[in-house]
Structures are given as C-alpha cells and as structure tokens.
Write a protein that binds this ligand. Sequence first.
Ligand SMILES: O=C(O)CCC(=O)C(=O)O
Length: 284
Amino acid sequence: MEAIKRLNKNGVLNIKNVIDFELIERAKTVIEKFLSQNSNLDVLTTPQNTVRKVCYAFEKDEVFLDIISHPNVIHILKTIYGKDVANVLPTWEDILIKQSKTGIPVEIHQDLGLQSIKIGDVFSLAFHFHDTIENPVCFFEGSHKLGAVTREEIKKYQSKELYKPYLSSAGDVDIHNVLTLHYSEPNTTENPRYTWYVEFRTIKQIVEDSAWNEEWALQRQAILFYAIENRKRKGLPFEEIAFSRKFDLEKYINDIQLRIPHETNGVKYTDNEYNHFADHKTLF
Ligand SMILES: O=C(O)CCC(=O)C(=O)O
C-alpha cells in the first residue's frame, strides 16, 4: 500500500525483480529475431533504418503471454486496481527498441494518443529486458497532477532538471501514470535497451471514454484471460483474475486473436491538441 501511495504521489514507481532471467532471455531472443525483418509492418524504423519499435508483441511469441500473466504481474494489477482488476485489459503493447549507438531519443511527452482522460487513471507497465542505467527513462515526478498538457503548455516543462532518471534493472517493472511527463536520451552507448510497454485501462474507460467499443475491450481482455489459462494448461504457477465478463471472454478464447489492432471500426489516429510523442502516429 505504501507503494501505491508513492505511485499516486509521484505518478511513477519502480518495482524490482518482477520477471526472472529465463523470461528476460526468451524475450530478448524473440525481439532480436524481429530486428532484421525490415519488411514486417510491425517493426518500425527511423528514416535511417534504425529499428525503434516492435508492435503487437502478444502475437509475436508466447513469452509475452507468459510475462503478462506472471503471478507477480497479476499481483501488481490487483494492487493497483483492487476489485476493479476484474474489468482491466491491456490496451497497448509495444516494445521500444533503443539500438546501441543509434537508439532514438524520446521527446518529453505524456502518453496521450487515443487516451482516456475523463474517468480515473491510466497506467502503463514498462518491462525492462536490459538494465537502463546507461539510457534511463527520466520522469517529472508528480507531473501527472497537471492533467493533460497541450502542445503549447508543454513548452514550460522542457528543463531537464525537472526530471529524474529511473535506473532500473533487467526484470524490473516501472509503472507510470500516462499523464506523467517523461523522456529518454538517444542511446549512444555500446548496449541496446529493449523495454516492453503495456498499458492498461478498464472496460468502463474504453466504453465511456475512448474511441473503441465494448467488443474491442473484451477481445483485448480475452488475451489476458487466455494468457492465464495458458499458464494453467502448461502447469506454470498462476494467479487468477475473477473477470466480471468471464462468460463473454470464454467465447473468445477458443479461437483467440492475439493481434487486436488499434485502427479498427473507423478508429483512426487523429492529431489532437495534446503533447503526445509525435512518432506514435506511425504506430496505429
Ligand atoms: O523507454 C523509453 O525510453 C521511453 C519510451 C516512451 O516513453 C514511449 O515510447 O512513449
């Protein structure tokens, strides 16, 4: 509970040793397989051909299902959401790639592409597959309390002295409120950094305050349900979530779709007045 107080106060929280060496190594091996797939539309590159994102991780390999359903991760979700964990779903999953020497800089931003900002908080979990000490993410602690900041307003928050580097280790999870301002420098070091971001919202946030509909929410929630069931099937340790829409989710998991796109049913990324990281446009 102390941790949750800190998350609410600072808008960001580091949790140590959430996933173990075996999962980290499996994830890195899969990610590296994708880095050379220039023609794969889920592998996003800069104009200089540096890979910067691998999108839709769940359909890329089972390791991402094993991570998202790991009992430590379910425990984190239960701690953040309490009873409302029954309604929680992963809305995004993309792996940020910071290649050695050429890794992209990430400008100061909040995560506001197609965001839900009217009902409650939205959190993103960053799974670190490398230590971040050489190329950390820097957060402006407490800045989530500013609310959604426009492209004009963000000019006031460009001083890097406002930001604190989070020196996380491989296996750690950094949780941030999507409104917490953050950035990272270009990666000029000899070592790469891969960080998998998974954002969560509730069904209510999706249905009442997002561009998507209930069916989309349930399809994405079914991925989490499926991942937990898959753990059980494989005899791995698991922790249940008592999903409020379990009956509906059961229909999806027989023919589970692991790639539920964001641009769907007429939903398009449109420029808004907020300061969202401009490069995300190409993600949708
Ligand atoms: O891990 C990082 O360097 C920050 C990534 C980020 O904020 C983003 O992709 O929106």
